[in-house]
Design a protein. Structure first.
Lengths: 211, 147
């Protein structure tokens, strides 16, 4: 069912237009990483302050309260770019083990928010004490940092898995040879030409499979 | 005597370096962006630009150094490819420009808590250059040759 949804999503008009655009994927990926840099730094600032590692001249409440809305906007931007990237090649991502790990980590982060938001992130003024931030708050911060670092690692790992040859059920009106650049397991850049579908297959409106 | 690069023989070395490279620039760019958004008066941060800049300066430097040294390691795995890749060269040019900007005009304006038109232009330029560094890095894998 999820695979059917992925194939449907990647063949919607918007996703097809993005996939077949000249530099759409690379541009969206660059925007995704740019927003990750902003959002990731804010997450790091909040949680390192809770741990007492950084920004100690500012109060915990000041850091958490002032970064709350910028973090939400940042996450929205990251998630939007991420969804569009996913939608362009949904089938390929669905079959990618690192993408699945990334989604699992997101679900774990959601659970982390449910557990710790009421007692830590929503009550920052109660975290200031003569003995520093409570153990619960520091545990929340440490877990958050590990989870978000895991998301970054899993996200980067996606590019190291070559998609299986049967994972490109795209519909397209274009008949153009494509060159795909990729890194092998040692990170060495290589490229391969992908053969284009036959004219008759396109005219019949059949799905075609990239090799 | 043939000298092999250990980064090319280990399967995990390149991915680990990449993760550290990403972590380094998240810290460097994120902390600089915090100052930039404050100068631009976006985001509702109440601390002054100089307070933010002084609080984050060592983190910024640390992140930048991690990004640079891991970048050198990544470069060493295939120098010919990177050297002839125009996206990489643009990335390096933008990186050099933004480092110079950050430690000269940008720092001066931040420490003076300036939010004038000129300071805002410098902040925007800083954000644009950092974005160019990221775009340049991403596009390396999608650009074939060029030089």
């Amino acid at each position: 069912m999820l695979l059917d949804f992925a194939i449907w999503l990647q063949n919607t008009g918007l996703m097809r237009a993005l996939r077949e655009s000249d530099r759409g994927y690379e541009t969206l990926l660059s925007l995704h990483v740019s927003f990750i840099a902003l959002f990731g730094a804010m997450v790091a600032m909040t949680n390192t302050r809770l741990l007492g590692w950084a920004l100690k001249q500012e109060s915990v409440a000041a850091i958490i309260d002032q970064l709350r809305w910028p973090k939400r906007v940042g996450f929205l931007c990251v998630a939007t770019c991420g969804f569009l990237l996913f939608g362009m090649k949904a089938e390929e991502y669905y079959l990618n083990i690192f993408f699945r790990i990334k989604i699992l980590l997101f679900l774990t982060i959601a659970a982390h928010a449910l557990v710790f938001r009421p007692s830590v992130y929503n009550t920052p003024s109660e975290l200031e004490g003569p003995l520093g931030t409570p153990v619960r708050a520091r545990a929340a911060a440490a877990i958050a940092l590990v989870l978000w670092l895991g998301v970054v690692c899993a996200g980067r790992g996606i590019g190291y898995i070559h998609p299986p040859p049967f994972s490109h059920h795209f519909t397209s009106r274009l008949v153009m040879p494509k060159t795909r650049a990729s890194h092998d397991s040692a990170g060495v850049l290589s490229s391969e030409n992908i053969s284009s579908p036959s004219e008759s297959a396109i005219q019949k409106g059949e799905h075609y499979v990239d090799h | 005597m043939l000298i092999t690069n250990p980064l090319e023989t280990s399967e995990l070395a390149f991915p680990i370096l990449e993760i550290l490279h990403i972590a380094g620039f998240i810290i460097a760019i994120g902390t600089t962006a915090a100052v930039d958004f404050r100068i631009l008066e976006i985001g509702g941060i109440q601390q002054t630009p100089s307070q933010i800049s002084k609080s984050t300066s060592w983190w910024m430097l640390g992140g930048l150094l991690v990004a640079i040294f891991t970048g050198l390691g990544l470069y060493s795995t295939d120098p010919d490819m990177y050297y002839t890749n125009w996206s990489f060269l643009i990335k390096m040019a933008c990186l050099i420009l933004v480092i110079i900007l950050n430690y000269t005009v940008h720092r001066k304006m931040a420490y003076e808590n300036s939010t004038s038109g000129g300071a805002k232009i410098v902040a925007l330029l800083s954000l644009l250059l950092w974005a160019s560094v990221i775009f340049g890095g991403i596009f390396i894998a999608f650009i074939r040759g060029g030089l």
